[in-house]
Design a protein around this ligand. Structure first.
Ligand code: ISE
Length: 336
C-alpha cells in the first residue's frame, strides 16, 4: 500500500457521491483514484470534482486497476455480489455499503469466498455503530448499567422514499439497520421475525406497504419492536430505547436546543435526511476503515463483518416472507 490509500468508489448515487466528497476532503490518508458507475455520465460528473480521480466504466477493471489499493462499494444492493467477489479475487479490502447482498445465498457465497482468502477483507457499512449516541448506548449496556436488557423499541422514519423503493426494499435498505443495531447492541442473534402491516399511508404510492411494523425475538427471548415509516413526510427520525432491569435509555431524540417563541415551545429541528443525521458517523466509519487498511488489518474492529452482513440478510429474508404471509418466521443461520 502506497502512502495514501488509493480508493475506487463503485456506485456514485447519493451515498457514493457523499463518500467521494468525504474521501477527497475530510478523510486523512486516502484519496479517490477511480470513480465507477453504471451510468457513465454520472461517474464523469462526480469525478470532475476530484482532480486525482479518473473514471473506469467496468467495475471489474476498476477493482483490478494497479493504482487501486481498496474499494468502496456503494452501488445498488443487487450489484454487490459480483463486485465483492471481484475484490476478494484481487485481495483488495472493501467497505461495502449495506445491504451486503439482497439474497441470502449470495451472501453465503461471498462469506465462503472471503474465508477461502484466509483474510478479513470485507467491512459492511452499518454506520450507526460509529454514531456517538450508539457508541454511548453500547458502552452503557456492556457496562451493565441498565442491568439485563429486556425489551428494545425502535423508530425509523424517513421523509420520503426514493422512487425505486418497494415494500421489500424497505426491509432490505431501511429495516436492515435495526437488524444490525439489535444484533450489535444486544450481542445475540435474532431467532424469529413477525411483520405487521399497519394501514398504509394514503400519501404513499399505491401498493407500497408503508409503514411496516416488525417484531424480532432474540435467541435469549428478548423482544425488539420496530416501526419503519419511509414516507412520513416529516423528517429523518431514528430513535432507539432499550429497557433493562435497572432502567431504560433512549437515543436519537434529536431534540437539539429547546426553542421557545411566540408559537409556543418547540424542540430542535429534525434532520432532513440520513446524510445529515449520520454524517459524523460516516466520517468516523470511513476514517477508521482507511486507518485499519493502511495498518494492514483489512477491517476495523467494531465494523460489521461479512458474517454480520450475512446474518442481517437472513433476518431480512425472514422479514420479507413474514410481510407476505403475516406469519412468524424463524431465521435460518449457518454457524459463523
Ligand atoms: C438508506 O438506504 C439508508 O441506509 C438510511 O440509513 C436509511 O435510514 C434509509 O431508510 C435507507 O433508504
Amino acid at each position: 500500500v502506497s502512502q495514501q490509500l488509493r480508493v475506487a468508489v463503485i456506485g456514485v448515487g447519493a451515498m457514493g457521491a457523499d463518500h467521494v466528497a468525504r474521501l477527497s476532503t475530510r478523510i486523512r490518508g486516502a484519496c479517490v483514484a477511480v470513480v465507477c458507475d453504471a451510468a457513465p455520465d454520472r461517474a464523469r460528473q462526480i469525478a470532475a470534482g476530484v482532480p486525482e480521480a479518473r473514471v473506469i466504466d467496468d467495475p471489474d477493471a476498476a477493482v483490478a486497476a494497479a493504482d487501486v489499493d481498496a474499494v468502496l462499494v456503494a452501488s445498488p444492493g443487487p450489484a454487490h455480489e459480483a463486485q465483492l467477489l471481484a475484490c476478494l479475487d484481487h485481495g483488495k479490502p472493501v467497505l461495502c455499503e449495506k445491504p451486503l447482498t439482497t439474497d441470502v445465498a449470495a451472501a453465503a457465497r461471498v462469506l465462503r469466498r472471503e474465508a477461502e482468502t484466509g483474510r478479513r477483507l470485507i467491512q459492511v457499512g452499518f454506520m450507526r455503530r460509529y454514531d456517538r449516541e450508539y457508541v454511548e448506548l453500547k458502552q452503557l449496556l456492556d457496562a451493565g448499567e441498565l442491568g439485563a436488557p429486556l425489551v428494545m423499541h425502535c423508530v425509523h422514519r424517513n421523509p420520503s422514499a426514493p422512487p425505486h423503493f418497494d415494500s421489500t426494499t424497505i426491509v432490505d435498505d431501511s429495516l436492515v439497520h435495526e437488524v444490525d443495531a439489535t444484533r450489535y447492541l444486544l450481542g445475540e442473534e435474532i431467532r424469529a421475525v413477525t411483520m405487521f402491516r399497519p394501514t398504509p399511508n394514503p400519501r404513499a404510492r399505491a401498493s407500497l406497504q408503508d409503514p411496516q411494523f416488525a417484531v424480532f425475538e432474540t435467541d435469549s427471548g428478548r423482544i425488539v419492536d420496530v416501526e419503519v415509516f419511509v414516507t412520513s413526510g416529516v423528517g429523518y427520525y431514528v430513535r432507539t430505547e432499550v429497557v433493562g432491569e435497572l432502567g431504560s435509555a433512549t437515543i436519537g431524540l434529536d431534540v437539539g436546543p429547546v426553542r421557545v417563541g411566540a408559537a409556543g415551545s418547540q424542540f430542535g429541528v429534525l434532520s432532513p435526511d440520513y446524510l445529515a443525521r449520520f454524517g459524523p458517523a460516516y466520517d468516523t466509519e470511513v476514517q477508521r476503515w482507511v486507518d485499519a487498511v493502511r495498518r494492514g488489518s483489512g477491517v476495523d474492529e467494531i465494523a460489521a463483518t461479512a458474517y454480520d452482513g450475512y446474518a442481517a440478510g437472513a433476518v431480512c429474508a425472514a422479514a420479507v416472507t413474514s410481510l407476505r404471509t403475516g406469519l412468524r418466521v424463524p431465521v435460518a443461520l449457518a454457524a459463523p
